[in-house]
Design a protein around this ligand. Structure first.
Ligand SMILES: NC(=O)c1ccc[n+]([C@@H]2O[C@H](COP(=O)([O-])OP(=O)(O)OC[C@H]3O[C@@H](n4cnc5c(N)ncnc54)[C@H](O)[C@@H]3O)[C@@H](O)[C@H]2O)c1
Length: 143
């Protein structure tokens, strides 16, 4: 079964993909620090919840290996426009620096074999603006 790490999966957007993922036959695993999310949004789907912060690179590395993650959906971020004006450095660290850290850990875990304008294929995909099905369709040799 394809394992999909959903960062920020206890939040508004991330939690909304859990049921569709399961329905499509994927196994989601959520990574969230619960700073703005709710564990119940994850646990109600009977999905594993790893409590952790995106800045914890060694934990990310362990989770990628322990769950044998095939794909990542990245939703762990701060999304309050007003607050971002008041705390730009904090937003930059989490939304840019820590997101880059996640990408670096993903690439170290499984080096990419192909890339396109909006996705980076490892064994499955690091997924951003397109669907996993689209990625697989565009890269049929990625496995
Ligand atoms: N809500 C929308 O309509 C919408 C639309 C388009 C894009 N987005 C983008 O999607 C992303 C998620 O938005 P959302 O509305 O779901 O926000 P949200 O606050 O509901 O969810 C974010 C989740 O990430 C977690 N999180 C935050 N920082 C973390 C960290 N450092 N480590 C681990 N977990 C962390 C929070 O606990 C929370 O569960 C944001 O980048 C946002 O800009 C949201």
């Amino acid at each position: 079964m394809t394992i999909v790490l959903v960062t920020g999966g206890a939040g508004y957007l991330g939690s909304s993909v859990l049921a569709p993922l399961k329905l499509a036959g994927y196994q989601p695993v959520v990574f969230d620090n619960l700073s703005r999310g709710f564990s119940q949004l994850v646990l109600q789907h009977n999905v594993p919840l790893v409590l952790g912060d995106l800045s914890d690179r060694s934990l990310l590395r362990s989770v990628l290996k322990a769950y044998r993650v095939d794909a990542i959906l990245h939703f762990a971020a701060l999304a309050n426009m007003g607050e971002s004006n008041e705390q730009p450095n904090h937003y930059y660290r989490i939304n840019t620096v820590d997101a880059l850290g996640l990408l670096e850990e993903a690439i170290a875990y499984r080096p990419p074999i192909a890339s396109c304008s909006h996705c980076l294929i490892q064994l499955r995909c690091v997924w951003h603006t397109t669907s996993l099905a689209n990625c697989e369709a565009q890269h049929p040799n990625a496995n």
